[in-house]
Write a protein that binds this ligand. Sequence first.
Ligand code: SPQ
Length: 430
Amino acid sequence: MKTLQFKNPSVQGELKVPGDKSISHRSIMFGAISEGVTKVTGFLKGDDCLSTIDCFRKMGVNITEKNDEILIEGKGFSGLQEPNEILYTGNSGTTTRLLLGILAGLPFHSVVTGDESIAKRPMNRVTDPLKQMGAKIDGRDHGNLTPLSVRGGTLKPFHYKLPVASAQLKSALILAGLQSEGETVIVEPEKTRDHTEKMIRHFGGEISREENRIKVSGNQAFQAKDVHVPGDISSAAFFLTAAAITSGSNLLLKDVGINETRTGIIDVLKEMQANVSVSQTNNDEEPLGDISMTSSGLKSCEIGGELIPRLIDEIPIIALLATQADGQTVIRDAEELKVKETNRIDAVVEELKKLGADIHATDDGMIINGPVKLHGGQADSRGDHRIGMMLAVASLITEDAVHVENPECISVSYPSFFEDLSYVTNQVRN
Ligand code: SPQ
């Protein structure tokens, strides 16, 4: 349990949030399937990304850390070895699903499993199409739930229309397609984060996109190339919200990744009339920027459609923001929230209600009425890092303490979260 109490805090100063989780995972995976040594800077040393490192080490890849840099001695797809231990993916859906795409094309047997949250998350969205490509995968509930046993091998090229907008599903199929015997075509219902596609190009491979149709040819090989991981906009979102909802705040977040498939939170902040501005600092494949935020009055807004994949992980913190906005905020088309680390529709609604929010669940999202003065109390992260951080930020605007149950899970994406919260407010009490 973490007890948080603040006395009229404001959020001030400059902060650099840790590296992007999605890009950190992919840097290890692409480093491992390339030939040569890849150096990664800015890597997120959160539990999820450490799980990815652990899985590749178990397949014989030498991964070391030196002066805050991660060095990966890549072996190409064909150099990955049959693991003699279970590949344990911890709490990480990204590790589990992308790894399945890689394992599908490898001529050996492996077993993939994760923690109790992973054990509940649907894997058939990935295992069904991988089986159609030729991989042999089985597990609980006919191959839907971990532990999953994979025997990979020769894969057929494949045409597939994704039933859900999911970057993890898209990426798993791309990683399998890269090992197949021809051209794989994937059509996504809406554009999702494109870090895998950018990584392929960065490591010298080819992939093309026309509208929502992605084409990738098989038998591709990659050359090692250094990767710099930008700050994670999903982590930045907690501090942007902290600054938006506390009066007198003035915050500058440096070197944040502003890939347009991830910046839905900025669009929503602007729509809510928050004082946010972004200045782009480079134009690399994964663009970087500094984001500044000062407090202001907030207005409600409507969020749905194509915007959802661009802010799916920010919805818990957007819900908190909406409790402080004038009017009714409606979030729709977000059914995918039900299959995250927790059912994030239920978790957000039930935990924010404990602090006095006027919030209701709908079939595909939630409705929030604001502004409402939140009060302190006890609320549970339910083992979900994003719920835990949202509750901690809520404590900035309650008079009495907020007691956050199960705060340890925050280390999967933001190990230094409480130190950073303390730094920008300078008054956290334990
Ligand atoms: O890795 P995990 O546990 O699935 O992480 C989450 C998160 O909140 O950090 C989701 F719970 O992010 C996913 C994100 O929701 C990371 C991700 C990626 O790196 O490709 C894609 C999204 O998931 P999905 O299911 O929409 O593909």
